[in-house]
Design a protein around this ligand. Structure first.
Ligand code: NAD
Ligand code: DAU
Length: 357
């Protein structure tokens, strides 16, 4: 049976990929350090699954990574592991360099050493896919064309700078050693099991708890939203049909301002679980902006559509509706994630944002 070695598989997108792979009969070994964002509840449906293995540890642990490769002999390695939240990268940039840059460098080197030790027939089968972001391309103006695979890198936050560095390392391992890599640069994901530090789950959970809904600046920044299951399907398409050494942009063709997204969530909640007298949108507050806040991201995904036949299946309104239903139906997951560490992050990130702009 084909085996995929997934890193960061207890996080939001990684866990969706692990479930997707198991549904498709692929054996999975998942290495995750279980930082604040790693959550084994995301994979509890696989607790009794003999073809799924969880290993607790970091991608920077070379002995552990080498042991996994030798023991499981995967044909695919997918690197989801990362520090992923822009606001945290502003508070603590070094953690992002440690995991996203140094961790990826170690993972690449250990995979490359193992791959070199394989017979030519086995070595030919290996694929290394690095999951990256559209944020490496920087920011767009209102009328700029969307990012393509050839847009120059111009990252603006410590998070995007660390992801850009990791992307460069992945490309360099292809050029220098011939390691068979793919690179994917995806837009903003949403869906079930997303840690509620990110805009969409934060707004859903705050609204349900009658807390204010913090919108940075004027809410006019634009993001291109993609359902997480569409992202995982795109990753499978790249693994199955992609051109080695290439990068693929993945996006939802669903650009919205942040204010539009928050208002859409409020209107869905108004229908699904109305407040007594007023709309959830009355909880919206404009708060101090994110430093270096990229104005707009937009992805031109015509390459993956034309070459690999992928296209997003979820429309934004329907995807948000099902995502909100998931949070409403998983109160245990919601309760377990709102730990002391989560509350202390809310204090760190929102405590000072008390003035209206
Ligand atoms: P996440 O923060 O939800 O999950 C990250 C996971 O990585 C967690 O399970 C965490 O425990 C694990 N991890 C962190 N450091 C680790 C280490 N040193 N070794 C092993 N595991 C470690 O992130 P996500 O939103 O699921 O993003 C996954 C990947 O996709 C990231 O590389 C991110 O940059 C990229 N990405 C995310 C989005 C998005 O909208 N969320 C969009 C495009 C690309
Ligand atoms: O574009 C892909 C990227 O999308 C991924 O690489 C990142 O891992 C992921 O976190 C995401 O980055 P963003 O910074 O765009 O996502 P976030 O959910 O933090 O914010 C989305 C937008 O909403 C952004 O313009 C900032 C704004 N925002 C965010 C929060 C948390 C608010 O207005 N209020 C908030 O409280």
């Amino acid at each position: 049976m084909e085996c995929h070695f997934v890193t960061g598989g207890a996080g939001f997108i990684g866990s969706c990929y692990v479930l997707h792979a198991r549904k498709n009969g692929i054996k999975v070994v998942n290495l995750d350090k279980l930082t604040y964002a790693g959550n084994l509840d995301n994979l509890k449906d696989l607790a009794e699954d003999p073809d799924y293995t969880f290993v607790h540890g970091g991608i920077e642990n070379e002995e552990l990574v080498a042991w996994i490769l030798k023991s499981y002999e995967p044909s695919v390695v997918i690197n989801f592991a990362a520090e992923s939240h822009v606001d945290r990268s502003i508070v603590d940039p070094e953690s992002f360099v440690k995991t996203n840059v140094l961790g990826t460098a170690t993972l690449l080197r250990v995979v490359k050493d193992w791959w070199k030790s394989l017979s030519p027939c086995e070595a030919n089968k290996l694929r290394f896919l690095h999951v990256s972001t559209d944020e490496v391309f920087g920011t767009l103006g209102q009328n700029d064309l969307p990012f393509t695979e050839t847009t120059p890198y111009s990252p603006n936050s410590p998070y995007s700078a660390s992801k850009a560095a990791s992307d460069h390392l992945v490309r360099a391992f292809y050029e220098t050693y011939g390691l068979p890599i793919f690179l994917t640069n995806c837009s903003n994901n949403y869906g079930p099991r997303q840690f509620p530090e990110k805009l969409i789950p934060l707004v859903i959970l705050n609204a349900l708890q009658e807390k204010t809904l913090p919108v940075y600046g004027t809410g006019s920044n634009i993001r291109d939203w993609l359902h997480v299951e569409d992202h995982c399907e795109a990753i499978s398409c790249v693994l199955n049909r992609g051109e080695l050494g290439s990068s693929y942009n993945i996006g939802g063709r669903a650009e919205r301002t942040n204010l539009e997204i928050v208002q859409l969530i409020c209107s869905i909640l108004d229908e699904k679980c109305p407040r007594t007298s007023e709309s959830y949108s009355n909880l919206i507050r404009f708060v101090a902006d994110r430093p270096g806040h990229d104005f707009r991201y937009a992805i031109d995904c015509s390459k993956i559509e034309a070459e690999l036949g992928w296209t997003p299946r979820f429309g934004l309104a329907a995807g948000l509706r099902s995502t909100i239903s998931w949070y409403l139906e998983h109160s245990d997951w919601v309760q377990n994630i709102q730990t002391g560490a989560y509350k202390s992050w809310l204090q760190t990130n929102y405590g000072f944002r008390n003035k209206r702009v």
